[in-house]
Design a binder for this molecule. Structure first.
Ligand code: UDP
Length: 328
């Protein structure tokens, strides 16, 4: 299939591009490089531009005979979204709608969307299933949910077929060691823990020790980025086979606290990590753990990296060999 991947130069996007190419698809990446890295998709057909650019989209669909889109391009930081909701509505909703409209006009009607556990907000029960109420507690989750609603209505009226993948905490790196996580600034727990171990940040701040969890720190469900990548490929196959709409959670179903992540990283690296205890980060729910039974049952998805240690090992492989990320 000819597939356009928006935001394909980003962390999850570039791992998905790799998976799609390995499966024999022809992939074109559209990325404005505001966050992504050109080096993450070396050798892949690349269009430098924005999902809000309707003309560029219709030209790209035509030029490459695009049959499906995987849409990653978005702003994705919870804390930043609370400070700058306008940017999140602009990037994630307004530009997203431009993409949907261009797809409908060009009759490109298959879409896999990069959604998030942040659509659920504070869970009322865990593991979280797809039919859990969606009450986001920050603009990031709200804008992803708004785009999901648009896909639903576009599917009824214009024949769009879509799968929305709600990821829990993506982590790790491709085993070949050529691509990995490289955000500027880095805000995510696992890369920051590894950077603290390497001395490129002085210490790791633990955001809150008074949560209602066994050790007082937040519990999250970490899922390997290559397992996420496979889920996108399976979702595309399902759309091609005639599936018209689907929403899937993606996690391992195991929760690990911040302290457990730090302890596991110390075990992988073989040295202690310097930590500081700090206050809670606004907008963080205490526990997020996925129920991913639906995608397992319907698409046969199975995580290859089901435990935290194996996920951190792959992240460490990338970070220890690329201390300056893609700039090396
Ligand atoms: N966290 C932390 N210190 C950091 C970064 C994150 O204690 O420097 C915690 C954060 O509060 C959350 C968990 O680690 O409970 C995962 O955060 P991350 O930003 O990696 O992902 P998110 O859950 O926001 O998607």
């Amino acid at each position: 299939m000819n597939i356009l991947v928006t935001g394909g130069a980003g962390y999850i996007g570039s791992h998905t591009v790799l998976e799609l190419v390995e499966r024999g698809h022809r992939v074109v990446v559209l990325d404005n490089l505001s966050k992504g890295h050109r080096a993450a998709v070396g050798g892949i057909e690349f269009v430098h531009g924005d999902t809000g650019d309707a003309r560029l989209l219709s030209e790209t669909f035509k030029k490459y005979n695009i049959e499906a889109v995987v849409h990653f391009a978005a702003s994705s930081l919870v804390g930043e979204s609370v400070q700058q909701p306008a940017a999140y509505y602009q990037n994630n909703v307004v530009k997203g709608l431009a993409l949907l409209d261009a797809m409908v006009s060009s009759r490109v009607l298959k879409l896999v969307f990069s959604s998030t556990a942040a659509v659920y907000g504070e869970p009322i029960e865990v593991p979280i299933m797809e039919d859990h109420p969606t009450l986001p507690t920050n603009p990031y989750g709200a804008t992803k949910l708004a785009f999901e609603a648009a896909m639903l209505w576009y599917s009824g009226a214009y024949g769009l077929r879509y799968a929305s993948l709600r990821y829990f905490n993506a982590a790790g790196a491709d085993l070949a060691g050529k691509i990995g996580e490289d955000h500027h600034p880095e805000t995510h727990l696992i890369p920051l823990v590894l950077k603290a171990a390497m001395g490129s940040v002085a210490s790791l701040a633990i955001f809150g020790t008074d949560y209602p969890t066994p050790d007082g720190t937040c519990v999250r469900d970490y899922i390997h980025v290559s397992d996420l990548a496979v889920a996108h490929a399976l979702a595309l196959d399902a759309l091609s086979a005639g599936r018209d709409r689907a929403v899937y959670n993606l996690g391992n179903g195991n929760g690990y606290s911040v302290l457990e992540v730090i302890r596991t990283a110390e075990e992988v690296i073989g040295k202690p990590i310097n930590v500081k205890y700090g206050p809670r980060r606004p907008g963080d729910p205490a526990v997020l753990v996925a129920g991913s039974g639906r995608i397992k049952k319907e698409l046969g998805w199975r995580p290859r990296f089901a435990d935290l240690k194996s996920i951190i090992e792959t992240a460490w492989l990338w970070h220890s060999s690329h201390p300056a990320g893609f700039e090396k």
